[in-house]
Design a protein around this ligand. Structure first.
Ligand code: ZN
Length: 430
């Protein structure tokens, strides 16, 4: 294997869940990351790996900085970029007042491109290199996101929202057109370069039973595509969903009945699940995208860690822009920590960094592709400056452990800490 690039700094990554395996976290305070083209070749201590350096190769040296796999945001709506931080008393009025009018504009391809361009740059500025992205009901909005992603060589997962009821006419498809348009987009984009497709019914209340059934058929026809939707976000929404599907045992069961629970299915929120729901999540290897800033902002509720962990459900954290209030996965860790505390659970910083990297990759069944510095994985990584602000620099003078250093980063860090973002080994410049 030819080493083509080398980066020297502190190195942080995971090979397993640190909550279950004490050897899962890998930290090299003077580390070396070696690439072979677009892939990871090796990561470890500088003094051990330096013998592998070709004599003519220049090492990019980042003293005092941390190299870490790019963050993964498992639930985000790019069309809502322009309506982040919109005031409304709860989810349903927020959807009607802001979301639907904003998403209407994405029938205009030029507008979709302009927003996708900004959105992807904003993700990268925050150190997020992969995301599971909701587009709008318009196929043009999906093309725009994927074209912009392809131009940056990003590994993105995205899909056209399907909704055929309980929304304005201008955002409505039908069960048949939604399935046909989604299938055409799967054929066009799934597996093209680094792009991956997610079948995306918005949530059960805005889809007819027929639409969810056709969606489930599509999901079984294309088993390596992703599925993404919302479930059990707030109590009003749960009651509404149950009243629309009275035969279902629970809100989650609506999706289960339609064949929408399987590996690579990502369920956002999952606040109001019961024990049977959690068991089904684990049995089907469906994953949770916990969206703390959104849940707090919209007053939806507090996610319960202990039963989700006990049930062994694949877990990840996400921004949920525009219900969420920050693109930063560091700030998302901060709010995740507080939600865990409110439920009596203590979440170490190591676990939070795991959730934002390898944990998310595992939840998406992409752990052999992204999320760690395992040799052969794609070289998407970031350079973190742990002293990026005066307060961080000052606080960093009083650190007693690695856990404390990472915790301080998660509490006080944001986009200012992301000094550089590398995509397949190339530094991204917007
Ligand atoms: Zn959402």
């Amino acid at each position: 294997m030819t080493i083509t690039d080398a980066f020297r700094a502190s190195i942080l990554y995971f090979t397993d869940d640190p909550a279950c395996n004490p050897d899962a976290m890998h930290w090299h305070s003077d580390g070396l990351l070696l690439l072979s083209g677009e892939k990871i070749a090796a990561a470890g201590d500088y003094h051990l790996l330096k013998t592998q350096l070709p004599p003519e190769l220049t090492v990019s040296h980042w003293p005092g900085k941390i190299l870490c796999p790019g963050f993964i945001d498992t639930h985000v709506h790019y069309p809502q970029t322009d309506m982040i931080a919109s005031p409304a008393p709860g989810l349903l009025p927020w959807l009607e007042t802001y979301t639907f009018p904003t998403e209407r504009r994405f029938q205009d391809s030029e507008h979709a491109h302009e927003v996708a361009d900004f959105f992807l740059d904003e993700l990268l500025r925050n150190g997020t290199t992969t995301a599971m992205v909701y587009c709008t009901v318009h196929p043009e909005s999906v093309d725009a996101l994927f074209i912009q992603s392809e131009q940056r060589n990003l590994r993105m997962v995205a899909g056209k929202v399907m909704m055929d009821r309980h929304c304005p006419d201008f955002l409505r498809d039908t069960a048949e057109t939604g399935a046909h348009e989604s299938e055409a987009l799967i054929r066009k984009w799934h597996g093209r370069g680094r792009q991956l497709y997610a079948i995306t019914p918005r949530f059960a209340p805005t889809s007819s039973e027929r639409q969810l059934v056709l969606t489930g058929e599509l999901a079984s026809q294309y088993p390596d595509t992703f599925i993404q939707t919302h479930v059990a976000e707030n109590k009003d929404e749960c009651h509404w969903a149950r009243s629309l599907f009275p035969k279902a045992r629970s809100y989650l069961d609506i999706y289960d009945q339609c064949g929408l629970m399987r590996p690579r299915a990502m369920y956002a929120h999952c606040i109001w699940l019961d024990e049977t729901d959690r068991r089904r999540m684990a049995e089907t290897q469906s994953a949770i995208a916990l969206c703390p800033t959104s849940n707090l902002f919209l007053g939806s509720g507090l996610f319960h860690f202990e039963p989700a962990i006990a049930a062994k459900i694949p877990l990840s954290i996400a921004t949920d822009i525009g219900g969420g209030t920050s693109f930063s996965m560091l700030q998302t860790m901060n709010e995740t920590y507080k939600i865990a505390r409110m439920g009596g659970h203590y979440l170490p910083a190591a676990s939070m960094f795991y959730l934002a990297t390898l944990g998310a990759a595992r939840a998406m069944q992409l752990e052999n592709t992204i999320g760690s510095f395992t040799p052969g994985n794609e070289a998407d990584f970031i350079v973190i400056d742990p002293q990026a602000t005066p307060l961080l620099a000052r606080r960093s003078q009083h650190l007693n452990s690695l856990e404390e250093q990472l915790f301080v980063l998660a509490m006080l860090g944001d986009d200012r800490c992301v000094e550089a973002t590398y995509i397949c080994g190339k530094k991204y410049i917007s």
